[in-house]
Design a protein around this ligand. Structure first.
Ligand SMILES: [Zn+2]
Length: 340
């Protein structure tokens, strides 16, 4: 990476000094001419350049050309030399193809495998102006404790809604991408009679794939918003240790659990609570959070179709998920107190 950044800086500075010299001699340089001189006369003199991606110098000269364009239009200062340590960057691309970023390990063209601290789910996009592909990644993060508005929060993950918090805050998961899901099933339906492999079929497949990605992105975004909200604003976050494999055996639940990504939810909470100075408390999966009255402790069966908890003992009538989240919050009162 450092070599490529050095290469990029070297080319930019070389181009700039040549540009300046040519200009004082009465020539009108441009990025294309610089590149020609470089490839024909300068590059052969430096064998080390052969080991680095040629996209780097192409972009360096293009950037220099753009900088001069801005300067001539009065939009920017005269381009200056880049300094080591201050300008450690370079641009490469995948020769027209997008770069897929999935998880922690990414294969970058020419650079090879790199590992990121945080998983990244992204696909480099095509730039409209230049007609090329680029990826910009800037990442630095220092964990800092944030002020907490609530000491303890219980979180009930649900089927109907993504999460219900004991504070009354509700994160509805499915709503945001419901309309796209409807669109998706419509597209799949319309595609049913197309000949597989035909141009029309391929077009439709691309549309379907895009929609899939869009839905996945919305879902990821919602989950991140939820876990960030929890870790940032609450001293302790109490969740249930869900027996996901047992629940997946139930087909009705399977889809929505897979959808909501419970594992991912817990994983995000684990690191985000560390980032923001809160703690994650996981309650035993046999804790009857749904069946217990959060007011008097009465226990009764609560089949899934019952959306409201009606307590025959104390008369409490409360949303099923909210009741469960309050139980989770209260379940660890002693634990929390012990930790101060
Ligand atoms: Zn009760």
């Amino acid at each position: 990476m450092a070599q490529h950044a050095g290469y990029s800086r070297w080319c930019y500075n070389w181009g700039l000094s040549l540009w300046n010299a040519a200009y004082t001699d009465g020539y009108k340089p441009n990025a294309r001419k610089l590149r020609e001189v470089f490839t024909n006369h300068a590059k052969p003199l430096y064998p080390w350049m052969k080991n680095l991606s040629s996209r780097v110098y192409q972009y360096a000269f293009r950037n220099l050309g753009e900088a001069f364009k801005r300067f001539f239009k009065g939009l920017g200062k005269h381009p200056r030399f880049k300094k080591k340590g201050k300008h450690n960057s370079f641009t490469i691309d995948n020769c027209g193809k997008p770069i897929e970023l999935n998880g922690w390990n990414h294969k970058l063209p020419f650079i090879g495998w790199v590992q990121t601290y945080e998983p990244i789910e992204a696909r480099t996009k095509k730039s409209r102006q230049a007609g090329d592909w680029y990826l910009s990644l800037s990442y630095e993060f220092t964990p800092t404790s944030t002020p907490k508005t609530t000491e303890v929060v219980g979180v009930d993950l649900g089927v109907k809604t993504l999460a219900t918090l004991s504070t009354g805050v509700v994160f509805s998961g499915a709503k945001s991408y419901k309309k796209f899901e409807n669109k998706l099933s419509r597209l799949q339906y319309l595609n049913r009679n197309k000949i597989i492999g035909s141009a029309n079929w391929q077009k439709a497949q691309l549309k379907i794939a895009r929609l899939h990605r869009r839905i996945a992105n919305i879902r990821k975004d919602t989950l991140h918003k939820l876990t960030t909200h929890l870790a940032k604003n609450h001293g302790s976050v109490v969740i249930e240790d869900l027996n996901v494999s047992g629940m997946l055996a139930n087909h009705k639940l399977a889809k929505s659990i897979a959808d909501q990504g419970f594992y991912e939810f817990r994983r995000q909470l684990e690191y985000k609570t560390q980032w923001y100075g809160s703690e994650l408390v996981v309650v035993d999966r046999f804790f009857p959070s749904s069946k217990t009255c959060s007011n008097c402790g009465h226990v009764q069966d609560m089949p899934l179709h019952l959306r409201t908890y009606d307590c025959p003992e104390c008369g409490l009538s409360i949303d099923r998920d909210l009741n469960a989240s309050i139980n989770l919050r209260d379940a660890v009162g002693s634990v929390v107190n012990a930790c101060g």
